[in-house]
Design a protein around this ligand. Structure first.
Ligand SMILES: Cc1cc2nc3c(=O)[nH]c(=O)nc-3n(C[C@H](O)[C@H](O)[C@H](O)COP(=O)(O)OP(=O)(O)OC[C@H]3O[C@@H](n4cnc5c(N)ncnc54)[C@H](O)[C@@H]3O)c2cc1C
Length: 338
């Protein structure tokens, strides 16, 4: 385990922001993590975990220890004719896990194809896309409290999953490091093609009885056509969550904006498309210096050059203010801001 001082995080966040951390360490096992957390120098420091850096915005240098979690391994723990229980190291790339499952016909995460980042970060905001979320297949996770290095297992209900959130984005934010997760996948699966864009894609392609592979390929192609590739244009996907409103509010808004984009949420409310709200405020494709929204997707804020994290945040706050002024709705950040 090597502790590096004054380390640049520019290549470790998908916004491509130059920020430095006082200390940096990469861990490849739980043993290395325990050694790191027990180290006298590290014990006193504020800590954060970094996976793929695809949901984080550094607005300044970090005065503490950044732990890059690279614990990898995928193990099948139990298998019968109906299902399979897999344990995955937190440092495994999420899409590598999706491919592992798609290749073996293990159903449950194919709709989550091509979400950037690591497995360990997936529970943090209960990643979701195209009608599915992590919680649908989640079984449990292991990790350690920073404070006392105590190991703890969290069951699905302990994680308090909700739309783009969990206990780890709330009470336990930056207090706990996930080292592995377990998922229960189905061998006798029911595919979810309810999401409009996915359904339309399959219909257009003439695929009537899709396989897991068909769903995964379709999601990959839709995503590639819609979202900017962070290796070419710095971004962290959706900057804000889609706000939820009750149906009474939705009806009132519809009388003024009949084209408003909404869909039912898991909590029985209506979810409004944050991208649509931003677009109506005139911010789709708008740029201020090196910061701007994607011309294809108003919800994605991009670094078009050498923007500082603080400039991206300033831009996001202006977008947020305009949406609040026009619609009376306060957008909530999905990206973790530091
Ligand atoms: C182009 C693009 C598209 C995206 N599309 C989607 C999408 O469709 N759906 C979706 O849900 N998200 C999406 N995202 C957001 C992002 O991919 C996910 O949130 C992903 O889970 C982040 O993984 P990461 O490893 O990069 O996390 P990081 O950005 O490294 O970290 C994110 C947060 O999790 C914490 N963290 C990371 N690893 C651990 C760990 N092991 N233990 C404890 N805390 C940890 C970090 O401290 C930070 O607070 C997208 C991002 C991009 C760039």
């Amino acid at each position: 385990m090597k502790l590096i001082e004054n380390y640049s995080l520019k290549n470790l966040n998908t916004f491509g922001i130059e920020a430095r951390t006082k200390y940096f360490a990469e861990i490849f096992s739980e043993e290395e993590l325990v050694e790191l957390l027990s180290d006298d120098k590290c014990r006193r420091e504020r800590k954060i975990v970094l996976g793929g850096g695809s949901n984080i915005l550094f607005t300044k240098n970090f005065n503490g220890l950044v732990i890059k979690n690279s614990i990898s391994a995928i193990n099948i723990l139990k298998e019968n004719e109906d299902s399979v229980l897999i344990e995955i190291g937190a440092g495994v790339i999420w899409n590598d896990l999706v491919n592992f499952c798609v290749e073996r016909n293990f159903g449950g995460i194919e709709n989550l194809t091509l979400i950037p980042g690591t497995v360990g970060a997936a529970p943090i905001q209960n990643i979701g896309a195209y009608g599915k979320e992590l919680a649908d297949t989640f079984y449990s996770l292991n990790g350690f409290y920073f404070e006392n290095c105590e190991k703890k297992t969290f069951s699905k209900s302990d994680c308090k999953f909700s739309y783009r959130s969990s206990i780890f984005k709330d009470n336990l934010k930056d207090k706990f490091i996930i080292t592995s997760i377990k998922l229960k996948l189905n061998k006798k699966y029911k595919l979810n093609t309810s999401y409009k864009t996915l359904n339309e894609y399959l219909e257009k392609a003439g695929i009537k009885k899709p396989s897991i592979r068909n769903i995964s390929d379709a999601v990959a192609e839709i995503r590639r056509s819609k979202l900017p590739d962070p290796s070419k244009l710095g971004n962290a996907g959706s900057f804000f969550k889609n706000p939820e409103v009750n149906y009474e509010t939705l009806e009132k808004m519809k009388s003024e904006y009949p084209d408003i984009k909404s869909f039912p949420s898991e909590s029985g409310k209506a979810k409004l498309s944050a991208g649509w709200l931003i677009e109506i405020c005139g911010w789709k494709g708008k740029r201020v210096g090196d910061v701007g929204t994607s011309p294809d997707h108003a919800l994605v804020i991009c670094n078009f050059g050498n923007a500082a994290g603080s400039e991206i945040l300033e831009f996001a706050m202006r977008v947020k203010e305009e949406v609040a002024n026009k619609f009376g709705i306060t957008l909530q950040e999905e990206v973790n801001i530091l």
